[in-house]
Design a protein around this ligand. Sequence first.
Ligand SMILES: Cc1cc2nc3c(=O)[nH]c(=O)nc-3n(C[C@H](O)[C@H](O)[C@H](O)COP(=O)(O)OP(=O)(O)OC[C@H]3O[C@@H](n4cnc5c(N)ncnc54)[C@H](O)[C@@H]3O)c2cc1C
Length: 372
Amino acid sequence: MKAIIVGGGVMGLGTAWNLAKSGHDVELFEQGPLPNPLASSMDEHRLIRHPYGNHTGYARLIDDAFAAWDELWRDLGQRLYAATGTLALTGNGADWAERSAESLQAIGRPMTELALDELPRRFPMLNSTGVEHAYWLDTGGVLFAQDITSALAHHLGQQPNVRLHSYTPIRAVDLEHGRVTTESGTVHSADVVIVAAGAWVGRLLPPAGARLVPSRQVVIYFRLPDEARAAWAQGPMVIDKTGEVGLYLVPPHDGRGMKVGDHEFSRRGDPDAAREATEAEMRPLLDRCASLLHGFDRWRIDRLKVCFYTVTEDERFVVEKQGARGWLMSPCSGHGFKFGALMGKELARTIVSERDPAAHARWAAGLEGDTK
Ligand SMILES: Cc1cc2nc3c(=O)[nH]c(=O)nc-3n(C[C@H](O)[C@H](O)[C@H](O)COP(=O)(O)OP(=O)(O)OC[C@H]3O[C@@H](n4cnc5c(N)ncnc54)[C@H](O)[C@@H]3O)c2cc1C
């Protein structure tokens, strides 16, 4: 079988990895360099964690996601991951951490509720004022996203049954007949065409664009005083829903950056437009950092990075068969990277074994065993 994949982010590359591994021919087209720094998959890190609010279906997939990453580490000969554990804080009327704790209890992976007076002792770098509940889970950590994406592209470039085309934008796809047309007008055909075009998907498949909305997001990288950096380099990922904005904090393990972002969807922006961000648009996040992080007045902004989510209304992934020979693959909504290896593995399996596409779409949408 021959597959064509449009898009060289973690989803396209993850699917190529698995199809090629099972002996199939793969041709992958990427509009920019491979990997493309503008892709959602290209940031220093992405988090993987079990707590998932009441999206229990996704929480259930996390162990499989870890297993798929382990398989990738074996194939790449390197482990691009740091375990940090997960600290979830809640208060001020938010209940995401409580809902996560309930759903994880139900699937036999309970979080530990920490006594509030234990927080300063255990995490002295945090100011717990306003925190009403704190939960801890030993699992969870940081995937070194851009290193993974680069290593995967490199690995695929060495496979005899894979052809990678960088700087080759696809202008049109025909999912009925399994054809793609490049910007320069060349037509390529295959038994199956997978469109994993991230925030650009609506340009190739306009009806999908109505459901899959590009969402410009800004994250902040910080420079820390040495002692604070040393403490955080051993620190946990933090998911905080106690202030005016919810924030996630990615600790600087293995020499990577210290990053903070939020999960509030902007639902606007053009992934091809200039990607400047201003400090002013980060004000609510900076204010929350000031109240949550001890010594924050001595932290300095190192850089702001603009990146794109591709979001659905219900934050569920879209991986659907389209036409006789096509698949639309958009598992994002700002939480897809952790499933990149697993989504690629399972889509390859469904394509090869002709598993029921509707069942696959349901699985990818996190609807198996969901309580929502
Ligand atoms: C700020 C931020 C924080 C995030 N945090 C997390 C997190 O902590 N944990 C987590 O699990 N997930 C997280 N995510 C989400 C995760 O990064 C994405 O879900 C994932 O990277 C999406 O991968 P993708 O392959 O679908 O898209 P992309 O990585 O965007 O790849 C799509 C590729 O397709 C190419 N392309 C598009 N159109 C064409 C065309 N016509 N022809 C050829 N090539 C084309 C693009 O150039 C691009 O390289 C975050 C995302 C952002 C932006």
